[in-house]
Design a protein around this ligand. Structure first.
Ligand code: SF4
Ligand code: SF4
Length: 484
């Protein structure tokens, strides 16, 4: 019998073995027999298993207890560093008008000529003033809509005003415009180039799929315009000046391999496999667009296998959701992803300012308000910064989104890599903590984690290298060359 102390960890039985994850996200697999020996305190201190578990902080000894706990607390602080970066992502909805009418539009955009849905200069200026009160040294301003380029004058003025304020604040300041590229002009692109503004766009797959999902409010094929304009964007802003996001609906869920091929063909090297969210038009058109979580996860697994095959063939291509989870699983670093942090990143990592000056903790909260429920409104840009960012809503969100003490999550082996989506919980259950037993969010994450860990458990060196390259954001080709 050895004399050692067990440190906190979660575990689950996993394919005839046991998966263990400790409080700072380090994981290991043990044979069931070894697991029993371990938790009964009977491991031989000369054994490899004992040394591995001690090195990974699943156990310690009395003489090293204080040191181990200090080390663990440093690792935990590193993992949760996003909390101290309060608030870095600021999204501004400069207009709700849009030249597109996507079947799933979460934002519930309005027609081009609808009045009173544009942000005015007074609100835009107050928004930038409020953003610059953030304690974060890192400010990313992301313009959203509707189609934000339709209110270009306000967008342009607000960029210039933010840059003016930053002459005094001296923060790390960046800009992104989320645009469908349908009406972007050369003049606008020149402004983007001059001010290092990145573009984020949307591409749902082949012409047939894209045109079906994303209909123009004016005329013609949105795919054709996207292709023409994305070429101009690349010429002006460079190969990586614009990256697309995919929305998965029933239209493309069974064709994701061809969607990935389309991304590769157009020179993009990332894709984000996102499930449809239950907001806006996605709810109105639910019968035509939705699918079950099992269907989504099966499509995700098949796509991931396909992307891994592409990497093995020498094509650098990354699935961003897997890359995010791998960063959490394989590295000690903090990763931001508003919808899946503990506590939730809503309000403390990202905030959204609506065209009318109302402030929300997340895009989904703004979408919920478009559906008639303003529960998550934190205040207005006319209010005092502290009243908005230290108010009731943000406190409620933090209080209700620490997975470490939420039912089911507190015992879940994936707790350290997962998080809470309070707005989705509230939408589905009217309870900010929600119910994991029948939560699609939880089911999807559990199934995806199961798959990633099954791959990690049996991974050969090549697959591990691919995963490490994703987790550390380095092209797999470069990593291979470094190893030679
Ligand atoms: S999803 Fe975007 S591009 Fe499509 S209608 Fe909505 S705001 Fe416009
Ligand atoms: S949401 Fe589900 S998968 Fe995530 S930690 Fe909670 S129980 Fe685990």
């Amino acid at each position: 019998m050895s004399d050692y102390i067990l440190l906190p960890f979660q575990f689950k039985y996993f394919d005839n073995s046991v998966l263990l994850v400790n409080q700072v996200g380090e994981y290991t697999f043990l044979e069931q027999e070894d697991f029993t020996t371990f938790y009964n305190g009977r491991l031989d201190i000369a054994s490899d298993i004992y040394k591995r578990l001690k090195g990974q902080h699943f156990l310690t000894v009395e003489s090293e207890k204080d040191f181990t706990l200090k080390l663990l607390s440093i690792k935990l602080r590193t993992k949760k560093a996003f909390i101290t970066d309060f608030t870095s992502l600021h999204m501004i909805v400069v207009t709700l008008r849009c030249n597109c009418s996507c079947s799933y539009c979460h934002a519930s955009s309005v027609d081009l000529d609808t009045k009173n849905y544009d942000m005015n200069w007074d609100t835009a200026k107050k928004t930038i003033d409020m953003i610059f009160q953030t304690p974060s040294n890192d400010i990313k301003i992301e313009y959203q809509g509707g189609e934000p380029t339709l209110n270009w004058d306000i967008l342009e003025q607000s960029v210039l005003y933010a840059k003016f304020l930053n002459k005094f604040a001296k923060k790390k300041l960046g800009f992104v415009i989320c645009t469908n590229l349908l009406s972007i002009t050369e003049k606008q692109l020149s402004f983007c180039k001059e001010h290092s503004i990145e573009l984020s766009t949307s591409l749902d797959g082949t012409k047939e799929i894209h045109d079906k999902n994303r209909k123009s409010r004016i005329d013609g094929s949105t795919y054709d315009t996207f292709i023409t304009n994305s070429k101009i964007v690349k010429e002006k802003l460079g190969e990586n000046g614009c990256s697309p996001l995919l929305t998965i609906t029933s239209t493309n869920i069974n064709k994701l391999r061809s969607v990935i091929d389309e991304y590769v063909k157009l020179g993009y090297n990332t894709i984000f496999l996102r499930a449809l969210n239950p907001y806006g038009n996605a709810v109105k058109n639910k019968n035509d667009l939705s699918y079950s979580i099992d269907e989504f996860v099966n499509a995700y697994k098949d796509s991931l296998d396909y992307i891994i095959e592409l990497n093995k063939k020498g094509i650098n291509f990354v699935e961003c959701y897997t890359a995010l989870l791998l960063s959490r699983i394989l590295t000690p670093f903090s990763t931001g992803f508003v919808d899946m942090q503990s506590p939730s990143g809503a309000g403390i990592s990202g905030t959204i300012y609506n065209y009318d000056g109302k402030v929300y903790p997340a895009d989904e909260a703004r979408m919920l308000s478009r559906m008639g429920n303003d529960y998550f409104c934190m205040g207005n840009v006319n209010d005092n910064y502290k009243d908005v960012f230290n108010g009731k809503i943000i406190r409620e969100i933090v209080y209700n989104s620490c997975v470490e003490n939420m039912s089911m999550c507190s015992e879940c082996v994936y707790q350290q890599y997962c998080g809470a989506d309070v707005i989705r919980n509230y939408l589905e259950t009217k309870d900010l903590q929600g119910y994991r037993l029948n939560s699609d969010f939880c089911k999807k994450n559990r199934m995806i984690f199961d798959y990633i860990f099954s791959l990690l458990k049996t991974a050969d060196e090549e697959l591990l290298d691919i995963f490490w390259s994703w987790a550390t954001r380095r092209p797999y080709g470069d990593l291979k060359l470094e190893k030679k």
